[in-house]
Each structure stands twice: as structure tokens, then as C-alpha cells.
Design a protein around this ligand. Sequence first.
Ligand code: HEC
Length: 245
Amino acid sequence: MSRFLKAAFCLCLMLLSQPGFAETFPQIGRRATTAELAAWDIDVRPDFKGLPAGSGSVAQGQKLWESKCASCHGAFGESSEVFPLLVGGTTQADIERGRVAGLTATTETTKSTLMKLATASTLWDYIRRAMPFDAPKSLSVDEVYAATAYLLHLADIVPAGFTLTEQNIGQVQQRLPNRNGMTTAHGMNDVSGKPDVASVACMKDCAVNEKSLAVLPATINGRNGNLANQNRAYGSVRGIDTSRR
Ligand code: HEC
């Protein structure tokens, strides 16, 4: 270990063993206040720990959706070409099984959010922290419930008259089309599990697998003109040839 690393290591240990960084170095920063911590501490876990009490109906969600979400995600969550597709591709059979058959189909290249979603908490949490894209964290707790309820209704997971609350979100979880789709039995979560990628370490003259070269699916070719020939306002962009069919 170099001298520098040793010194940095010792300094870290010193800081960590102090009763409090703010007390030790009063001139550097200050302790976060309880209110500041609370503003950041908003995660909702799969068992709904952290979920604030509240409620929102599908009808309220539809109103909110039309004013704050539809401009990007479309009236029914189908989204425009550029924004992620939220709803579609799930069936009643998927809801019963808890596993979306379309996820393994090779015919459809796009998989919607509700096809992949395994935990209702994630949808609620994501909308609360990140949406609307142009004004994140601007929704009230009840509005987040309403937007979530509307999306769930679009995917036929809850009926039109439904009001989502912290009390019944657990039952909704039991109807998520892909609730049984999550697995942690692989290398990303478990070091002794099967790795997510298989590759040979290589730094020189590496073999390139044909399959791994970027190729757009045929359905997308030409959709927005030929990217390879386009000039953008900020300079030319050499893109992939998308005129091929
Ligand atoms: C200005 C455009 C815009 C608006 C308005 C907007 N979104 Fe989004 N939304 C996006 C974009 C862009 C993403 C992808 C963000 C990313 O991946 O970083 C996204 C992602 C999402 C996702 C997650 C998709 C996924 O699978 O990861 C959800 C859910 C969502 N939006 C819900 C909403 C809701 C609910 C509203 C209204 C309250 C809303 N959005 C308003 C642009 C928008």
C-alpha cells in the first residue's frame, strides 16, 4: 500500500471514529436537519415500508393524467415514440399466473413498464420521486396514489371505481401481472450465482461476436429518417444507417 493510500485510510478511520464530523470540524458544513433528512428519506420498499398513508381514485388519476402525464405518455400510457411505453402487453391470464407471457415473446420488441413491474411499491415510489419528468416531486401523496391507480386500471389490474390506499395496495400487489417475474438467483445479487454476462477477459485483438454488434430491429429502421445522413443543430451526428429494411 502506498504511503498516500495509508495516510488517506488513516484519515478516514480518524473521521469515522470521531463522535461527529460536524462537531470535529465546525467550520465545514453542518449536520442535516431532521426536516432535510425526511425530505430525502422517501423510499418505499417492496413490503411497503416507507409508504405514506393516503388515497387516490382511478377517476382522480385520469384527471391528473390528462393534465400532467398524457402529453408525454399518451392518453392510455401508450406513450409517443420517444417516451417509455407504460401500459400494454399484459393479459388476464398473466394476472392469474403472476408472470407475463409476452416478456419472453420475440415478436414484440418493446416491453411496457407494467409487463415488467414485479412490485407495486416501485411504481408508486418512482412516480413520486421522478414524475412528471419536467417537475419531479411536485405531486402530493394523494396525487401519486391517483396516478398509480389510473395506470393500474389501464392495465385491467383494478376496476374503474377503485380507490387505491395504503391499506389495499398489498392486495393490488397480488394481482400484478409480473409479480412472480423477479429473480435474484443470478450473479448480480449472489456472488456464487450464475453471472449475468459470460465473456472472456481480453485486452487485445478481441474477438467480436457478430450478434453483439448494434443492429436496430427491422421495425424501427427508417422510422425517423436515415440517422446516418442527418445533421443536427449542434453539429453533424454520424448515426447508424436506418434506411435499410
Ligand atoms: C415531459 C415528459 C413527461 C411527463 C409530463 C411525464 N413523464 Fe413519465 N417519463 C418520462 C420519461 C422521459 C421517462 C423515462 C425516464 C428515465 O428512464 O430516466 C418517464 C418514465 C415514467 C415511468 C417509468 C417507466 C419505466 O418503465 O421505467 C412512469 C411510471 C412514469 N413515467 C409515469 C408518469 C406519470 C404518472 C406522469 C404524470 C404525473 C408522468 N410520467 C409524466 C417523461 C414524462
